[in-house]
Design a protein around this ligand. Structure first.
Ligand SMILES: *[C@@H]1O[C@H](CO)[C@@H](O)[C@H](O)[C@H]1NC(C)=O
Ligand SMILES: *[C@@H]1O[C@H](CO)[C@@H](O)[C@H](O)[C@H]1NC(C)=O
Ligand SMILES: *[C@@H]1O[C@H](CO)[C@@H](O)[C@H](O)[C@H]1NC(C)=O
Ligand SMILES: *[C@@H]1O[C@H](CO)[C@@H](O)[C@H](O)[C@H]1NC(C)=O
Ligand SMILES: *[C@@H]1O[C@H](CO)[C@@H](O)[C@H](O)[C@H]1NC(C)=O
Ligand SMILES: *[C@@H]1O[C@H](CO)[C@@H](O)[C@H](O)[C@H]1NC(C)=O
Ligand SMILES: *[C@@H]1O[C@H](CO)[C@@H](O)[C@H](O)[C@H]1NC(C)=O
Ligand SMILES: *[C@@H]1O[C@H](CO)[C@@H](O)[C@H](O)[C@H]1NC(C)=O
Ligand SMILES: *[C@@H]1O[C@H](CO)[C@@H](O)[C@H](O)[C@H]1NC(C)=O
Length: 651
């Protein structure tokens, strides 16, 4: 299927200017993107916010490597956020939303899922047609409307299906059900769909590798705490209502004619959004800070509810919602402007084998039909109840072993990270008295030195500062820190449960943070093979990205600052919902540099087909056939076409 993205940037100012444009959409679930924009662009620049960009965001923001990342990412990560902020300071904006979009897009271009600037004022846009990039039997690749598109749209947007049906022209009217399974026209006279795929890859952010950002365009699945969910992909789900409609050129199966369809985007006012009735209440309820947006002084007398309130950023973390207690474990998790969806994976795509009894939340265990290949589907490194989660991982692997599994597929598709120590557990087997209760992150007692011994409360663990000049800019780091996970809260078995050559890690490349810590240790330290499923042929697929080390966000740092009475300090950051990399992990192959910028090429790239797309168990059955090749350590050139190595030319 070919299509042309028709992006209308014409902004609709002055629509029903006489009335309140936010009152016009209040109480509605679905509105047109134009109506949503009329409200969102109606607010003047918040001068307080603008001046915080002026004074403070610029003091120290990001690891300066993003100005020019080292190879292999130098082509893809080259954003000077300091220059962006200087430009933004010097620019005047029509509206607060214009200002936000410039800030938001500048931070997205860092391609770093740990450093993201968010504002809770916005909703999501949907189109009923998630896409898939499929490879045919003859090896050719085409962009398709995902086969399950209609069942997804019917289940998720039942009240909008009629609207979209009515939008289809001519003989396609009312024919949405027949849209799936489109093939590309052989007379390649329309835009290559990869023009749109690559345009999105330039702006979507989150991952260093271009191929991983291409993959974000397409639909996929993820294992959530309560079940399997469907990820719409960036084509079908936009962050801001800036696009009115999309033109697609399609070809139906068994048809020789090429047809054009135009589908409008519709803006959905999310169910998590607080109520508003007009512009005033929109600003008050949706845009202003609340306790959960900012930190608080831990030593103030706060109600239990206040101290237990979850930071707003939790909504954007790519992991299940955790309670206040579970959040105390060290975390490394990616933020995305699109929160994890609540779209369910349609029944026809759910895994066929029954999950084993030790499965828990985001960790599900399966035995495949050969009775020797086990699967651990791991959607996140976080789940409610840390202890139970850690226990289930070990018990599940042992259950697989006891049922005769000798090989293991670990599926980390769309795994955004989570608890650092869970990542380490699986790999295993697999100064001044200002904080008397030792609850703050800056308290030395939380950390260990490079010999893995705890710092004393008196030690100034940030000294001596390690001053580095990176890309011509000075940056400062603490001395090297050690590991805090050991001893584990439970004893891992003496022997590894599976041999490294009998394990493969698979994903769509979207494996971040603790998921990266896990996969990198398994791949570089243990020699486990990695597989990326899908993606553009011959693109260099990375098996993970955004390594980080330990992540946090503004709310937590703000709590540190307020609890130590430093909010007035000239270097105290302004109020923003912002993700922060708290520490960077050092590399395994190159231990002098952060792992963040080192290469993580997948060993294998398996194509997605009509039979396997978005069907976890079909993908696992297919992946199984790779084991003999993995253990035989076949040479690059002897791998047949089906198992193309992911090392060809990077484009
Ligand atoms: C297309 O043609 C093939 C072979 O004739 C047939 O099996 C298939 O059902 C057709 N597909 C549709 C959607 O009509
Ligand atoms: C929003 O309004 C709806 C309908 O009036 C009401 O049911 C709901 O409780 C309100 N939600 C909040 C968060 O106030
Ligand atoms: C919100 O921000 C304002 C201005 O910066 C501040 O005075 C107020 O205390 C903040 N509210 C909360 C709940 O943090
Ligand atoms: C798994 O749980 C089911 C239902 O609780 C039970 O019938 C079955 O015996 C259990 N299987 C094992 C191997 O424990
Ligand atoms: C796998 O085990 C099941 C249940 O014990 C059995 O029915 C099936 O035949 C076995 N499959 C193979 C390929 O051995
Ligand atoms: C968490 O799980 C552990 C182990 O299963 C259990 O003992 C504990 O009660 C659970 N905690 C909560 C709060 O449910
Ligand atoms: C770590 O701390 C221990 C105990 O205070 C100390 O003996 C050791 O020298 C420290 N190691 C480093 C590398 O600083
Ligand atoms: C690093 O720079 C800071 C600030 O300029 C300075 O105080 C400190 O002494 C420097 N550290 C080293 C080890 O030179
Ligand atoms: C900031 O400084 C003022 C004046 O020195 C002081 O009254 C106020 O409490 C300080 N605020 C915070 C949050 O520390």
């Amino acid at each position: 299927m070919l299509y042309r993205l028709f992006i209308s940037w014409s902004l609709v100012f002055g629509l029903s200017a006489a009335q309140d444009p936010c009152a016009a959409i209040a109480g509605k679930k679905w509105v047109s993107p134009q109506e949503a924009r009329a409200c969102m662009f109606s607010f003047p620049v918040d001068q307080d916010r603008k001046s915080s960009v002026n004074s403070r965001v610029s003091t120290r923001t990001e690891y300066i490597n993003t100005i020019l990342a080292p190879p292999p990412f130098e082509k893809y990560v080259h954003e000077d956020i300091h220059a962006d902020l200087a430009r933004i300071r010097a620019t005047s904006y029509h509206s607060d939303f214009d200002l936000h979009l410039d800030l938001y897009n500048s931070f997205r271009r860092l391609n770093d899922g740990h450093c993201v600037l968010l504002n809770l004022c916005y909703d999501c846009n949907y189109l009923p047609t998630p896409l898939a990039l499929l490879t045919a039997e003859d090896g050719t690749q085409q962009v398709h409307i995902a086969p399950e598109a209609f069942s997804i749209a019917s289940a998720e947007f039942p009240d909008q299906i009629e609207f979209w049906q009515a939008s289809l022209d001519g003989n396609l009217k009312g024919q949405l059900a027949s849209v799936p399974f489109r093939r590309q026209s052989p007379s390649n006279k329309w835009h290559n769909p990869f023009v749109a795929v690559n345009q999105n890859a330039e702006i979507t952010g989150g991952y260093q590798a271009f191929s991983t950002r291409q993959n974000s365009f397409f639909s996929s699945y993820s294992r959530g705490a309560k079940g399997w969910s469907y990820v719409m992909g960036n084509f079908a789900q936009l962050v801001h209502p800036l696009t009115d409609s999309v033109q697609m050129t399609i070809q139906r199966p068994n048809s020789s004619t090429v047809e054009q369809v135009t589908l409008p985007y519709r803006a959905r006012i999310g169910s998590t959004v607080r109520n508003f009735t007009d512009s005033e209440s929109y600003r008050t309820n949706m845009c202003r800070n609340v306790t959960a947006t900012n930190g608080f002084n831990f030593y103030d007398l706060l109600t239990q509810q206040e101290t237990a309130s979850l930071p707003s950023a939790a909504y954007f973390e790519q992991q299940p919602m955790l309670d206040h207690e579970d959040r105390k474990h060290p975390m490394n998790v990616m933020l995305d402007a699109l929160p994890l969806t609540d779209v369910e994976l349609p029944e026809e795509l759910l895994p066929l084998p029954i999950a084993l009894n030790q499965s828990y939340s985001v960790a599900q265990f399966y035995m495949l039909s050969d009775n020797i290949t086990g699967v651990l589907a791991l959607g996140s490194f976080s789940a409610a109840n840390f202890t139970a989660f850690m226990g289930s991982l070990l018990d599940g692997l042992q259950e697989l072993k006891s049922q005769g599994a000798s090989r293991l597929i670990v599926d980390v598709t769309n795994n955004g990270g989570g608890y650092i120590c869970i990542a380490h557990t699986i790999v295993e087997k697999i100064n001044k008295g200002g904080d008397p209760e030792e609850v703050l992150s800056y308290n030395p007692s939380q950390w260990r030195n490079s010999s893995n011994l705890p710092f004393s409360v008196q030690s100034h663990w940030l000294r001596p500062t390690v001053n580095l000049t990176i890309n011509g800019h000075e940056d400062a780091f603490s001395p090297r820190l050690g590991a805090e996970c050991q001893p584990f809260e439970m004893t891992p078995p003496e022997e590894g449960l599976f041999e490294p050559e009998n394990i493969v890690i698979i994903s769509n490349g979207r494996c971040a943070s603790s998921c990266s810590l896990f996969s990198i240790t398994m791949a570089k330290h243990e020699g486990v093979k990695t597989v990326v499923i899908g993606g553009q042929q011959n693109a260099m697929q990375q098996y993970c990205g955004i390594v980080g080390g330990q992540s946090t966000h503004f709310t937590e740092i703000d709590t540190e600052i307020k609890s130590t009475h430093l909010k007035n300090h000239t270097h105290a950051p302004p109020d923003f919902v912002l993700g922060i990399t708290w520490r960077l992990a050092f590399g395994i192959h190159n231990p002098a540099e952060p792992e963040e910028w080192q290469d993580h090429p997948a060993d294998f790239n398996l194509p997605l087909t009509l039979k396997t797309v978005n069907k976890p168990s079909a993908i696992w059955e297919y992946t199984k056939s790779i084991f003999p090749r993995v253990s035989a350590e076949v040479a690059t050139d002897s791998i047949d076409d089906q198992f193309r190595l992911a090392r060809a030319d990077d484009n």
